[in-house]
Design a binder for this molecule. Structure first.
Ligand code: ZN
Length: 235
């Protein structure tokens, strides 16, 4: 298989969605680098998962490993200092008066893509890849296609570059994300995503379900688990 000369920077958190995007990018692009953010997230355990996932890609998928370049980590802890989010503070996960879950971190993806665009500029990378999705998402307005289209234009203007934002999961639901993993890397990739990615907002890795680790009841676990069961029912 030949791959394009295009290079990609995948925003890789260590979660299911961005792990699937990383695999997809490795089938499409000649060079792929990864970027993670430490922003004081309660589920910081995902940062350990991302390293194990990257290591496993290199050993279990050597053809992909050849194209997998540097991994970058950036400090985005300024987000934690904004406070009041269940994603970074010991705040109950519930709906707020604004009609958004308390896990919403205002400006998070806007900041992430700004930093990713700057890093891509430095690294000479053409495409930013993110796992944002507006199909069965939590209603975060910075996950919407319209937001990211506007941000892509902002980055192109502000960096005077043709950097693109690609979101392979934008219109894919969680069942479809499992199916895409199976299509892209077979059972081996599904197993790797199940074992070495992290979704649970509470950072729980003590309970192992067939779809992976998590408390099983937070909104992120519910999405992941429901998607798994719908995918299994359709398969
Ligand atoms: Zn959970």
């Amino acid at each position: 298989m030949t791959h394009s000369n295009t290079s990609a920077l995948v925003l890789f958190s260590g979660g299911q969605d961005s792990a699937t995007c990383l695999a997809v990018a490795l089938t499409r692009y000649g060079r792929v680098e990864t970027l993670g953010f430490d922003y004081g997230q309660r589920h910081r355990v995902e940062l350990d998962c991302r390293q194990r996932f990257i290591d496993s890609i290199r050993t279990q998928f050597p053809e992909w490993g050849e194209r997998l370049g540097a991994d970058h980590m950036l400090d985005a802890s300024v987000l934690k200092s904004l406070g009041e989010s269940a994603m970074t503070d010991d705040v109950a996960i519930e709906m707020t008066e604004a009609g958004l879950p308390s896990t919403f971190v205002p400006g998070r993806n806007l900041l992430f893509f700004t930093l990713a665009g700057a890093l891509a500029y430095r690294r000479g990378i053409d495409v930013l890849v993110g796992g944002m999705c507006e199909t069965d998402y939590s209603g975060y307005p910075d996950c919407r296609a319209a937001t990211l289209a506007a941000q892509e234009q902002t980055l192109q203007l502000g960096l005077d570059s043709m950097v693109r934002i690609e979101t392979p999961l934008m219109y894919v639901d969680k069942a479809g994300t499992w199916a895409l993993a199976a299509e892209t890397g077979g059972q081996a990739l599904v197993d790797l995503i199940t074992e070495e990615t992290h979704t649970c907002y509470l950072g729980d890795r003590t309970q192992r379900h067939e779809w992976g680790y998590g408390c099983g009841t937070c909104p992120a676990c519910e999405l992941r688990s429901n998607g798994w069961h719908r995918w299994k029912a359709d398969a």
